[in-house]
Design a protein around this ligand. Structure first.
Ligand code: HEM
Length: 248
């Protein structure tokens, strides 16, 4: 135990924690965007949208070994711990850097190297704020400018992304995610010592590819819903006929 505490107490230990937790969160985002792409798949024989079937699967995965929601909550707790460690450790590193450089630079041109790091703070802060609003909208339904019905993910998304300002909010947030992931994934590889001149092109390519995949993968369904390219939810089966308060 004391070895772990000692490792975490060192700068390199903290950087490793930021890198590993960042890659874990990136893994979640890639899975989440693949899950959202299920919105494009055809419904099952009962007429339920594939994305709703998938959302239901997430609540019952692990059955019959585990009761409903247990596996989902286990994953949620792991992600929450990873996110907390990521944010707290980044803040500790920043505080350390400030202490190590008590005299402010007069000429900002000399601190160009710290600029991406500063942007990581800005984009990270915006993503954190987005995440809270996002969970209150789609997971708890506390913020519901459009109808939110538990289990009716396709319909929930469809009605939300009929509003231009919600689409714009998500485009803004996903731009921040793209920038954060591109710089963050590349830094994580350097911290973990995976980088070397022979593979750096591939690693940079991976960081850029992951960022682009997330931005395009997450935004494609909402954008096509906004432009009415996607089917209206009521065209699916009876399970999720939700009124948005307007006459059809
Ligand atoms: C266009 C982009 C996105 C869309 C349309 C979207 C959609 C959704 C929906 C519909 C849910 C609820 C699923 C359900 O009811 O089972 C959800 C949950 C969630 N989303 Fe997103 N999401 C997007 C981007 C993001 C991003 C960028 C993050 C992280 C920064 C994120 C983090 C989460 C988390 C943590 C959950 C809760 C998962 C759980 O149930 O434990 N989402 N998202």
């Amino acid at each position: 135990m004391s070895r772990i505490v000692k490792f975490y107490g060192s700068i390199i230990g903290k950087k490793a924690v930021v890198a590993v937790t960042g890659l874990m969160l990136l893994g979640f985002l890639i899975l989440h965007s693949i899950g959202n792409l299920k919105g494009f798949l055809p419904p099952n024989s009962a007429g339920e949208p594939d994305i709703d079937v998938y959302a239901h699967f997430l609540t019952v995965m692990g059955e019959p070994l585990l009761p409903d929601m247990v596996a989902l909550w286990a994953i949620r707790i792991i992600l929450l711990v990873a996110l907390t460690l990521h944010v707290v450790t980044v803040s500790k590193l920043a505080a350390h850097n400030r202490r190590a450089r008590p005299v402010a630079y007069r000429n900002h041109k000399h601190v160009a190297a710290s600029l991406p790091a500063r942007w990581m703070f800005v984009t990270g802060g915006i993503i954190l704020t987005f995440l809270i609003i996002h969970l209150l909208q789609f997971t708890t339904g506390t913020i519901d400018p459009t109808p939110i019905v538990y289990g009716c993910v396709y319909s929930n998304l469809y009605y939300a992304f009929q509003k231009w300002w919600i689409l714009l909010f998500y485009i803004g947030a996903l731009s921040m995610v793209g920038l954060h992931v591109f710089h963050g994934a590349w830094s994580a590889f350097q911290t973990l010592g995976i980088d070397n001149p022979d593979r750096n092109r591939k690693l940079r390519g991976f960081a850029l590819g992951a960022a682009a995949f997330l931005v395009i993968g997450f935004l494609s369904l909402p954008t096509l819903m906004y432009f009415d390219v996607m089917k209206h939810p009521n065209a699916y089966g009876e399970s999720c006929v939700v009124s948005d308060g307007r006459a059809e």
